[in-house]
Design a protein around this ligand. Sequence first.
Ligand SMILES: *Cc1c(COP(=O)(O)O)cnc(C)c1O
Length: 365
Amino acid sequence: MSTPPYMHIPQFRSFVDMKDYDNIRQVFERNYIAEGPMGREFCDALTAITDAKHGVLASNGTLAIYLALKSLGIGPGDEVLVQDVSFIASANAIEMVGATPVFVDIPSPRDLTIDLDRIKLTPNTRAILIAHLFGTACSNTEDVVAYCKANDLFLIEDAAQALFITNGSQHCGTFGDVGTFSFYADKTITTAEGGYVCTNDDDVFERMTFLRNQGRKSSGTFVHPEIGYNFRMTDLQSALGLSQLSKIETIRAEKQRIAELYKKYLGDSVGYMTIREDFDYIPFRVIVFVPDASKTMEHMNTAGVEPRSMFYPFHRQPCYKHLGYRPEDFPNAEVCFETGICLPTWIGLTEEQIAFASERLLETL
Ligand SMILES: *Cc1c(COP(=O)(O)O)cnc(C)c1O
């Protein structure tokens, strides 16, 4: 193949502007830069959005999952079932509380959730962790809820990529016992680094408030009734978060426009991930499936377009080699990885850029 035309299109660019900057300025003017009034306002805003009974901020999305698991009392000796395809933090937070992550295949190569039919319960199984990926809900959310109820398991929802995703009445992260969110630079809204945890359970909330702030209810005392740590977020970050929240309608509209444009240019030549019609969709990345993802990505890269691979399945991770999983037990995750591609999806991407990226992709089919 001759050298393709060139146009640099990065995988991601954060959507931050001078309006965000002005909001951070306020924090300097007030001279309260650690967690304080802005943090409370941001946390309350998130709890209003998720419509959960309680919420707390966390330093990032990984520690948000850790906080969720720890507050549920999950630890050494416990097993937590997790879908084999997600960002590594979904598995690592389980390992971090001392429990064992148990990987379960996805139901089909384009359906990114846990396959309930492949679960093997043991006397140590305590919980299921699902991840609502790429800006929509797990396709079998209600079934997972029912399964957890029937088998007396906790349900943790990693909703890092699912802020503002509801089915019209219920927000992702509130179907199970605890929901966790991330505000990393490429999430729907960002605070650079940051996280949030929500729950409807009073006791879990109580434990989270102690754990996140050195084992005490509030700062200013050196008496610590419990052992806790530091999962706080700064007001600098919360100010950014509040400003980002005010832009959500632009973010939603822009990301949906990008997904529609990819669909316009790629049509039926590629496959798409399973997306439920009854849930909101704010694409985190537009995901498409092609026969040979690595071949397609290589060609796109040569043309200046930066695609990204699908998540590397947990069962294949070098860091989890000691768990002894075999690829043949994860046929769907294998195909998902070999065929899935994350396309550049960021605010400001022009139709010309989307057409260019799509053309380069189509050249490989
Ligand atoms: C981003 C992300 C996390 C981790 O969040 P951080 O804030 O980066 O620690 C966890 N799970 C999923 C699905 C994510 O996308």
